[in-house]
Design a protein around this ligand. Structure first.
Ligand SMILES: Nc1ncnc2c1ncn2[C@@H]1O[C@H](COP(=O)(O)OP(=O)(O)OP(=O)(O)O)[C@@H](O)[C@H]1O
Ligand SMILES: [Mg+2]
Length: 308
C-alpha cells in the first residue's frame, strides 16, 4: 500500500508470501509483489519457473498452499461474480468451442459480463474482421491467439491477466497487440503479463519481476534491470589492409573472423581511443556499433547465476 499525502492508494494486485506446492514440489516459493492500478507488470522466467501457477492463482483458477492475495481488494479464492465481472483472462492455453464462430464466441463470453464491449468493436481491436464469421476450428494458431485476447477484453476489465498472449503471432500482429495493450492501459487498465519475449516486456511493462525456480529473484523497471549489467558492447569490422594492433584497443578486444568485439564499462573513452586511431590511419570502421545490454542479456545472466 502507498500513502500519497493523506490519501492511501490501494494497489490493484497485492501478493504476500505466496506459496504453491504440488505434492513435494514447491512451484511458487514465498513470492511477494504489488501492482499499482494502471500499471503493466511483466512476470519473466524460464519454462516451469512458476509464472502460470502464480497468474492462475491470482485469477482464482488455482488454489494456493499459503500466502495472502488481494485483487481489486478481493481474495480471488473466495471472490464471486463481482470479481469475475471486473477481470479479464487470457490463459496460456484456452479451450473454446471449436464449432462456434468468432462473433458467436464473443457474444457468449460477453453475456457473462455486466457491461461488455460490443463484439464487433473487439473483433476490430484485435484485427479479426475477416474471420468474424469463421468457425474457431478453422483459425490459424495466431488467429486463435488473437481471439483469446479478444475474449480477455470483451468484458471491459479493470485488471487483465495475459499469460504469454503473443505466442504464435507474426511480427506485425505482435506490434499491433502491443499497441492494443497500450491503448487499453491508457484507459487505466492494470495488466499482469507473462512472456518469454523480452523485447515485449521491455516494450510493454512498467516493471518486471523475474521468477527462478518459483522465487522472485529480481524486480524493477526494465531500465533498472538493464542497468544491473554495466557492460556496453562495441563492435566493428576490421578495415581491409589494417591490422588490429594498429588500432588503439584494450586487451579484452576479441577478434572473430573480420569482426572485432569489445565489452566495456567505459564506452566513451574506448570510442575516443578507437575512433581517433582510425581517423589517424585515414580508415572508416565498417559496421561500427555500440550496443547497451538488453533485458535479454540481464535475463540470461540471472538464469546462469542461478544455475551455478
Ligand atoms: N497441475 C500441476 N501438477 C503438478 N505440477 C504442476 C502442475 N502445474 C504446474 N506444475 C509444475 O509447477 C512448475 C511451474 O509450472 P508453471 O506452469 O507455473 O510454469 P511457467 O513458468 O508458466 O512455465 P512456462 O514458461 O513453460 O509456461 C513446473 O515445474 C510444473 O511442472
Ligand atoms: Mg506458463
Amino acid at each position: 500500500m502507498t500513502t500519497l499525502g493523506s490519501v492511501t492508494v490501494m494497489p490493484a494486485i497485492e501478493v504476500r508470501n505466496l506459496v504453491k506446492e504440488y505434492g513435494e514440489h514447491r512451484a511458487v516459493d514465498s513470492v511477494s509483489f504489488e501492482i499499482a492500478s494502471g500499471e503493466v507488470y511483466g512476470l519473466l522466467g524460464h519454462n516451469g519457473a512458476g509464472k502460470s501457477t502464480t497468474v492462475e492463482i491470482l485469477e482464482g483458477h488455482r488454489s494456493r498452499t499459503s500466502g495472502s492475495l488481494s485483487v481489486l481488494g478481493m481474495d480471488p479464492a473466495s471472490a464471486g461474480r463481482e470479481f469475475r465481472d471486473r477481470i479479464g483472462i487470457v490463459l496460456q492455453s484456452s479451450a473454446v468451442e471449436r464449432e462456434l464462430t468468432v462473433r458467436e464466441s464473443l457474444d457468449v463470453y460477453g453475456s457473462c459480463y455486466s457491461s461488455p464491449r460490443p463484439a464487433d468493436e473487439v473483433i476490430a481491436m484485435v484485427g479479426l474482421e475477416e474471420k468474424a464469421n469463421a468457425r474457431i476450428g478453422s483459425l490459424s494458431g495466431g488467429q486463435r491467439r488473437r481471439l483469446d485476447l479478444a475474449l480477455g477484453i470483451i468484458g471491459d476489465p479493470e485488471v487483465l491477466f495475459l499469460d504469454e498472449p503473443t505466442t504464435g503471432f507474426d511480427p506485425v500482429a505482435r506490434r499491433q497487440s502491443w499497441e492494443l495493450v497500450e491503448r487499453l492501459c491508457a484507459g487505466g487498465m492494470t495488466v499482469l503479463l507473462t512472456t518469454h519475449y523480452l523485447d515485449e516486456a521491455e516494450h510493454l511493462a512498467d516493471r518486471v519481476g523475474v521468477l527462478v525456480g518459483g522465487r522472485l529473484v529480481t524486480e524493477g523497471t526494465p531500465e533498472q534491470l538493464m542497468a544491473m549489467s554495466p557492460t556496453t558492447t562495441v563492435s566493428f569490422d576490421l578495415p581491409s589492409g589494417i591490422e588490429i594492433s594498429a588500432l588503439r584497443l584494450p586487451e579484452t578486444a576479441e577478434r572473430v573472423g573480420h569482426s572485432v568485439r569489445i565489452e566495456t564499462e567505459h564506452p566513451t573513452a574506448l570510442l575516443a581511443d578507437l575512433t581517433s586511431s582510425a581517423v589517424a590511419l585515414g580508415v572508416e570502421l565498417p559496421g561500427l556499433t555500440v550496443r547497451r545490454p538488453s533485458l535479454e542479456d540481464v535475463f540470461l545472466a540471472i538464469g546462469n547465476e542461478d544455475d551455478r
